[in-house]
Write a protein that binds this ligand. Structure first.
Ligand code: NAD
Length: 443
């Protein structure tokens, strides 16, 4: 089938590559000419496991194309995916300007029926907006061409995006048209062989499903962080509590890790956007507001521990920082806890020596101008002559380090661990002062 994808970001590029891999002919359109040019030359703009060979292979074999020519894209596919960003507006609501711009573009150039699928995360009612923008544009052109608008939210996880798209847990389709369902069954057939993963519903429910999923996950994290704050004050160990509650099959072990706060391009903005949607209709979303507040404060935990240990004035101190991306297996630093930490340290006069397995270029792009940040080539180099080690991301390569070497490199054997990677007792026996999240029994 012929498919066009507008927006070659984490969602658009991965979805396009995966659709091409199973045999569809996919054209990707982006306004970022440099990104398009790079992709044509085999330079993949993001780090995502398995993505580079998939993109290169399908591009070379002609099933995946990249262009800035929107008109070409509109003519290419009967199905037109919108996978552009929906960043937070000033008031926290989702900014839909990129989504409506694509809708307008499609309507400006279409000469035959199109199915417009919204993959971007958008507030309930956006499909109606897309429809009316398209109707207005077609009317202004003086043409009458039919089209469908479908909500098809994306549930991929950064860091596992390719496998999530290859073997999705669910394919949510919000539509009011049975013919569209048939078309989408054909499109997604290759991902649906093991069992039927398609969940059909009305458009508004599909739009809300995406927000509900992300807000539920964010709630689990903030809940555990709240309990970890209690554990810290009550002399309990949150890691033992986590095991204890995870063993209940109604709760389960996944997504109940305490830490130094959630980040990324989705949870913070989607929680805020749903809060805003609720407020706009006169409902006070008390749980969501608390989820956000707890997360905001949780990102300040590591700076607080550092002040507790070193005092407020950090002039002349250097901190080794392991982990810059908002989670492992990605180079994405949007809303990362590491950014709150670094900015707090700089404000108090400290220097940072940072290392991340994948997010060094992104850090350079954001903070490269700063003289109080040194980007180091290895995790060992980051430790050299630092006053303490701080951990913000739970990369595999940080899980079993050489503690003797860490002790030798640091000026003081102090670790501030925002991801609870180590055993407090073992570290204490080795002579470390170890700060972790919610481990009151051992700190
Ligand atoms: P992104 O910022 O990585 O990519 C968006 C791309 O859209 C950019 O390359 C940008 O240049 C392009 N773009 C902007 N305007 C355009 C236009 N008019 N025509 C063509 N291209 C245009 O964004 P992302 O992380 O891929 O997220 C896209 C959407 O998917 C968001 O709504 C997000 O909430 C949602 N989502 C993201 C994830 C994730 O893990 N990143 C997961 C599920 C859903």
């Amino acid at each position: 089938m012929k498919v066009t994808v507008f927006g070659i970001g984490y969602v658009g590029l991965v979805q396009a590559a995966v659709l091409a891999e199973v045999g569809h002919e996919v054209m990707c359109i982006d306004v970022d000419a440099k990104k398009v040019e790079n992709l044509k030359n085999g330079v993949i703009p993001i780090f995502e496991p398995g993505l580079t060979p998939l993109v290169k292979k399908n591009y070379e074999e002609g099933r995946l194309q990249f262009s800035t020519d929107a008109e070409l894209g509109v003519h290419h596919g009967e199905m037109q995916f919108i996978a552009v960003g929906t960043p937070p507006d000033e008031d926290g609501s989702a900014d839909l300007k990129y989504v409506t711009a694509v809708a307008r573009t499609i309507a400006q150039h279409m000469t035959s029926h199109k199915v417009v699928l919204d993959k971007s995360t958008v507030p309930v009612g956006t499909a109606d907006k897309v429809r009316s923008v398209m109707e207005e544009t077609l009317k202004a052109r003086g043409v009458d061409i039919s089209f469908d608008v479908v909500s098809n939210p994306e549930f991929l996880k950064e860091g596992a995006a390719v496998s999530d798209c290859m073997r999705p847990e669910r394919i949510v389709i919000g539509t009011d048209n049975e013919d569209v369902v048939d078309l989408l069954r054909e499109l997604y057939e290759p991902f649906n062989r093991n069992h039927d993963r398609m969940i059909l519903m009305d458009i508004r429910s599909a739009e809300l499903t995406k927000y509900a999923a992300n807000c539920m996950l964010a709630t689990k994290i903030s809940f555990m962080n709240e309990i970890s704050n209690l554990a810290e004050r009550l002399g309990a160990d949150i890691e033992k509590v986590r095991m204890g509650i995870g063993s209940d099959s109604r709760i389960g072990y996944s997504f109940i890790y305490p830490g130094c706060g959630y980040g990324g391009s989705c949870f913070p903005k989607d929680v805020q956007a749903l809060i805003r949607t609720a407020q706009q209709i006169g409902y006070t979303p008390r749980i969501l507001q608390a989820v956000e507040e707890v997360n905001h404060d949780q990102k300040l935990k590591l700076p607080e521990f550092i002040s507790r240990h070193f005092g407020e004035d950090l002039k002349g101190k250097t901190f080794a920082l392991w982990g810059l991306s908002f989670k492992p297996n990605t180079d994405d630093m949007r809303e990362a806890s590491s950014r709150v930490l670094m900015e707090a340290l700089w404000e108090r006069g400290a220097q940072v020596q940072a290392y991340d397995p994948e997010a060094m270029d992104e850090t350079q792009r954001i903070y490269g101008h700063r003289s109080d940040l040194k980007l180091m080539g290895t995790k060992e180099a980051a430790l050299q002559d630092a006053d303490a080690l701080v951990i913000c991301t739970e990369w595999q390569s940080f899980r079993a380090p050489d503690f003797d070497a860490i002790k030798k490199s640091l000026k003081q054997p102090v670790i501030f661990d925002g991801r609870n990677l180590y055993d407090p007792e073992r570290l204490s026996k080795r002579g470390f002062v170890y700060y972790a999240i919610g481990r009151g029994a051992s700190i």
